[in-house]
Design a protein around this ligand. Structure first.
Ligand SMILES: [Ca+2]
Length: 167
């Protein structure tokens, strides 16, 4: 396999390698208030199959997929945050994000191809741990500012309680 192990070890906390040799992936998950960000890269390798594919399932919290890639949406007339998900297809099923990616053309046995990805999951239901975190940021600006007003206040608590996790 041509993928340098050094690159894998440097690119994230979570490393996974296809036993069949078609792909490798590494990424890290960072938590910032209600936002979990998955950032990393994946490789396809021509060493096992001429047109290798990767089907990978991320375990994610329940929530909305978002991203840090800002673009102006002329229909919505506002800046929208997009995820960077350069897979051929991806599907969000409860608790998982499944990505499918195949090499766009035949890879020689010595060739690998690489994608970078980054996406975030914004929680849409909340629990007692979230409330504790929100209260510890009370009166400040933090990721727990759910309504985007610039400060953690009663409106954010109301939003949280309206979307409380069913136990
Ligand atoms: Ca607020």
């Amino acid at each position: 396999m041509l993928i340098p192990l050094l690159a894998l070890s440097l690119c994230g906390d979570i490393v996974d390698v296809d036993p069949g040799g078609q792909w490798s992936i590494c990424y890290s998950i960072t938590q910032d208030g209600p936002v979990s960000t998955y950032s990393g890269r994946a490789w396809l390798h021509g060493s096992s199959y001429p047109v290798p594919c990767m089907e990978y399932t991320f375990s994610i919290p329940a929530g909305d997929i978002t991203g840090t890639c800002q673009r102006y949406d002329r229909y919505l007339q506002t800046q929208v945050k997009y995820p960077v998900l350069p897979f051929d297809t991806y599907t969000q099923v409860e608790g998982t994000l499944q990505g499918l990616w195949c090499a766009p053309s035949v890879l020689e046995p010595w060739q690998s191809t690489l994608i970078n990805f980054e996406f975030s999951v914004l929680k849409t239901t909340y629990n007692a741990d979230d409330l504790t975190e929100m209260l510890s940021d009370w009166g400040t600006d933090s990721p727990w500012d759910l309504d985007g007003s610039g400060i953690i206040d009663g409106a954010d608590i109301a939003l949280m309680l309206a979307n409380w996790e069913a136990s």
